[in-house]
Design a protein around this ligand. Structure first.
Ligand code: URA
Length: 241
């Protein structure tokens, strides 16, 4: 059975943030199976009964949402420049959702929103290699030998990229090109940096596929709840590596 830190279990239940949960523990307001716990590192599993101020925490329903993020929204929870955040879209829901991984402010496409920490681990830990496909419009042409290099892996400042899938969708129109790039890594600004490596600027970037999930049926800014079988399949595919 999965064990997680006590402060995380409290945060997952939606009672408060992880940082505030730590304070509750330090203040002696948290009990596990009837015993007050002061240890920040202690681990709990789903069979442990956790109480805050003598009140059992509710185990929050897990929510998984496929959101078609438009450009012009940041996917971190807070922004120091006061720009719109994806979390604002889901503020009216009575669960605290956060994005699984990130998309840049200028990137649109599939962003999964959830309150499920275990699911997020499966989706984002590099060892599970979830495949993501990006439709990329570039200002210029990625030549055949460069496409081959990209397929094999190229060296960026944070190391060599894993082999990528590169498919040309439209070539040479107005000296611009549209490609589909499939990668399983999730480094910061990775797709943009992979093209910058060849001196090419990305002018439009959309994540069109996340493992087997697509944007079918959604317009920009719309979302839908993932079905239980879809969540199960994503986790199974992650475990498959
Ligand atoms: N790669 C990028 O460069 N940006 C994104 O938003 C996602 C992948």
């Amino acid at each position: 059975m999965e064990e997680i830190r006590l402060q995380k279990a409290i945060a997952n239940s939606g009672v408060t943030s992880r940082r505030k949960a730590e304070q509750l523990i330090v203040d002696g307001r948290v009990a596990v199976n009837g015993v007050i716990v002061f240890e920040l590192g202690s681990k709990v599993s789903s069979t442990d009964e956790i109480e805050v101020d003598g009140v059992p925490i509710a185990t929050e329903q897990k929510v998984h949402i496929l959101y078609y993020k438009p450009t012009g929204e940041i996917s971190t929870v807070e922004d120091d420049r006061n720009r719109g955040a994806v979390t604002d879209v889901f503020r009216q829901m009575d669960v605290r959702l956060y994005p699984v991984g990130r998309l840049d402010y200028d990137t649109s496409g599939i962003l999964i929103m959830t309150n499920d920490g275990e699911f997020t681990q499966y989706m984002t830990h590099p060892k599970y290699e979830m495949q993501k496909t990006y439709r990329v419009k570039i200002d210029g042409i990625l030549k055949r030998d460069q496409q081959k290099e990209m397929r094999n892996g190229i060296t960026l400042e944070d190391g060599k990229t894993s082999p990528a899938g590169v498919k040309v969708i439209r070539d040479k129109k107005d000296r611009q090109m549209i490609l589909e790039l499939t990668i399983h890594e999730g480094r910061n600004r990775q797709v943009r940096r992979m093209f910058e490596h060849f001196g090419l600027k990305v002018i439009k970037l959309t994540r069109i596929r996340y493992d087997f999930l697509t944007l079918d049926g959604l317009a920009e800014g719309e979302y839908r709840f993932l079905k239980p079988y879809e969540v199960k399949k994503l986790i199974a595919n992650a475990k498959d590596e």
